[in-house]
Every structure is written in C-alpha cells, then in structure tokens.
Design a binder for this molecule. Structure first.
Ligand SMILES: [Zn+2]
Length: 197
C-alpha cells in the first residue's frame, strides 16, 4: 500500500479538482477529504498503538462495495439530518474511498501479495495492476516504519503524485483566466501564463 502521505495527496488532488478557483481554501473540508482518503487503512492506527503496524489484516476494507456502504451510511445520516449536501457527501465519500483503492491497486503489495478483493463480498478474486507505480512499505515496529527504505518510497509517491497535482493546478489556472468573471483580469492572467510557460 502507498503511505498515508500518498493517500493524503490523492485527497488533496480531489479536493482541489472540485474547488472553484474563486472559493477560499477550506481546511475543515480538506480535512474531511483527507480523512476519507485514508479511511480504508484506519486499522493501522490501533495496530500502531499496540506496537506492530502489521498486526491486523482486513482485506475486505479495500472493496468498492464497502466504499459504497460507507457512502450510503454518510448519505443516510445526512439525509436524516435533512442536509441539502447529503448526495454531494455520499458521492464524494465513494469517490475518495475508491481513489484509495485505486492507489493501492497500483501498488505492489506484500500483503495480500496477490492483490485486492475489489468486489468483496460478491467475489473473493484478487486483483492487482499489471504495472505498479508504487511499492509497498515496510511495516512492523517503529524502526522499520521510519526507515530509509520507507522514506525513499514515500519520496517516490510525492514525485509521482505531484505530476497530476501540478497539471490540475495549471489547467485550473488557465481555465479561470479565460472564464469571464467580474474579478478576472484577462491581461493580468495572460501575462502570468506567459511567465509560467
Ligand atoms: Zn489501503
């Protein structure tokens, strides 16, 4: 699995992709995005507190069906509370949960070594990508977690995920420049783009 850093970057990417450029950065909302992006790996928290990160294994947590159940629960609770954003948050939770599974799918996992049970409980078949962008981290005691080996893998995650984040920001910037709005100054944007290029 990629590290929480990789999953946090994925949550940030999704948050920024859907944020309108004129909207202020919302740390609370961003925190929720990051939390759900890391949710399928939450069993590592009690394991870490018990001193062995690799202690618990729950493969079903990395199933799209479980993502659907989580999203359904979020939607239902908000709907009961008569929130107008019930559908938005239900859909977003499923999207973030699925993004986590997708990153793990692109990772060479040591456990389960043969992939993820993406469609549990309907199928116990394991799936893994033919090409892996990320490497599994060493898990176990603290010395293994904070090792140079893991540091190099996290660095690779940051480098790989920086590419879509940079492209997304570039695209947003260019799109915002050419969209007529009371606050946008076409010439100012054009000169900024020229500098960027
Ligand atoms: Zn995971």
């Amino acid at each position: 699995m990629p590290s929480p850093v990789g999953h946090t970057l994925a949550g940030y990417f999704i948050y920024e992709s859907e944020r309108k450029i004129e909207d202020p950065f919302d740390w609370k909302k961003m925190g929720i995005f990051v939390f759900v992006s890391n949710l399928p790996d939450m069993h590592y928290v009690p394991a870490l507190l018990l001193g062995n990160v690799d202690r618990f294994h729950y493969p079903f947590l990395h199933s799209f069906c479980l993502g659907g159940i989580v999203a359904g629960c979020v939607y239902s609770v908000l709907k009961i509370k008569k929130s107008r954003e019930a559908l938005y948050w239900g859909r977003t939770c499923f999207f973030l949960y699925s993004a986590h599974i997708l990153l793990d799918y692109l990772c060479k996992n040591n456990y389960p070594s043969d992939g993820l049970v993406l469609f549990w409980p309907f199928s116990d078949d394991n799936y893994t990508a033919p090409i892996h962008l990320f490497a599994d981290l060493q898990k176990g005691h603290l010395g293994q977690i904070f090792s140079w080996f893991n540091f190099s893998k996290v660095l690779k995650e940051i480098l790989v995920l920086s590419v879509p984040i940079f492209l997304m920001h570039l695209l947003r910037f260019k799109t915002a420049c050419w969209r007529p709005s009371p606050t946008n100054d076409g010439e100012k944007c054009a000169s900024s783009i020229r500098k960027l290029n």
